[in-house]
Write a protein that binds this ligand. Structure first.
Ligand code: NAP
Length: 248
């Protein structure tokens, strides 16, 4: 029995760890975007498959029993590829995605449909921006020459990026007090984030609430075509039923 976990998230690593602990053969797949990724337990492969056809071939060649798409909520393409490849090869597919964040009393959030929309919302909300949407898609903010950006990402971003900026290379987990200190030191007036969800990077939202700062939250792109769960335990239960062998 072989389980393919499409990874790049904390949930994917947690699922791999649970499967290894049960003595199952799990292969985690990473895109290879990050220079020094946090590696999951068990077998790991790195790099694209070559579209849905390549993934379908890979599933067949490796005799995959079931596939769990535990990629990031904003990794749209690989999710769509997994749906197509699963259908072609009749491989059971599950989507594992943590829930998005919810606005709380004291928050001042504006929802954006995508990064371009977020960039259009920014002028008027503040001139000093904490941009935490990751290194991809920064071109959306590149024309905003009147604003200054603190850009935080894991690896250095590629041009085009906003002209007036400071880059902070870092990765979670983060703590509210440190996030608040960072925002105060840089005189941040507005925060931009994707609705990534999860506890690892939620501290910035607490800090923004405490500082009374507006937040632009980019909505998740829609994902469809497969059964979806939000916890590792639910994914294990699904694997137990689907494979009739893996203990939940
Ligand atoms: P994407 O746009 O959905 O995928 C682009 C291409 O990268 C895919 O077509 C696929 O290439 C390859 N790919 C993506 N994830 C893969 C995986 N787990 N294993 C093997 N190939 C993969 O993805 P993305 O937004 O660039 O994200 C890349 C990875 O970073 C994802 O695995 C995701 O979990 C992680 N990540 C993304 C974000 C984000 O904000 N997007 C944040 C944190 C982590 P082929 O077509 O050649 O197979």
């Amino acid at each position: 029995m072989t389980v393919l976990v499409l990874g790049g998230t904390g949930e994917a690593r947690e699922l791999a760890k649970e499967l290894v602990a049960r003595g199952e053969h799990v292969i985690s797949s990473l895109a290879g975007r990050v220079a020094r990724p946090k590696l999951p337990e068990g077998e790991v492969r790195v790099g694209g498959f070559g579209g849905p056809e390549g993934l379908a071939r890979w599933l067949t060649k490796n005799d995959v029993t079931a596939m769990v798409d535990a990629t990031h909520p904003f990794a749209e393409r690989i999710g769509a590829n997994a749906v197509v490849a699963a259908r072609e090869t009749k491989t059971p597919l599950l989507r594992l995605a943590r829930p998005g964040w919810t606005e709380q009393p004291g928050d001042s959030w504006r929802w954006a449909d995508d990064l371009d929309h977020a960039a259009r919302l920014l002028p008027g909300l503040g001139e000093r921006v904490f941009l935490t949407s990751g290194r991809q898609g920064l071109a959306a903010f590149a024309g905003l020459d009147d604003l200054w950006f603190l850009i935080r990402c894991v690896d250095p971003p590629e041009a085009p990026i906003p002209r007036r900026h400071e880059i902070l290379l870092d990765r979670g987990p983060y703590e509210p007090a440190k996030e608040r200190g960072l925002m105060e030191r840089h005189h941040i007036q507005v925060l931009v984030t994707k609705d990534s969800g999860g506890a690892m990077t939620a501290a910035k939202l607490t800090a923004a609430r405490e500082l009374g700062l507006p937040v632009i939250v980019v909505r998740r792109p829609p994902r469809s075509g497969t059964t979806s769960v939000s916890t590792v335990q639910e994914a294990l239960s699904w694997l137990c039923v689907t494979t009739k062998g893996i203990p939940a």
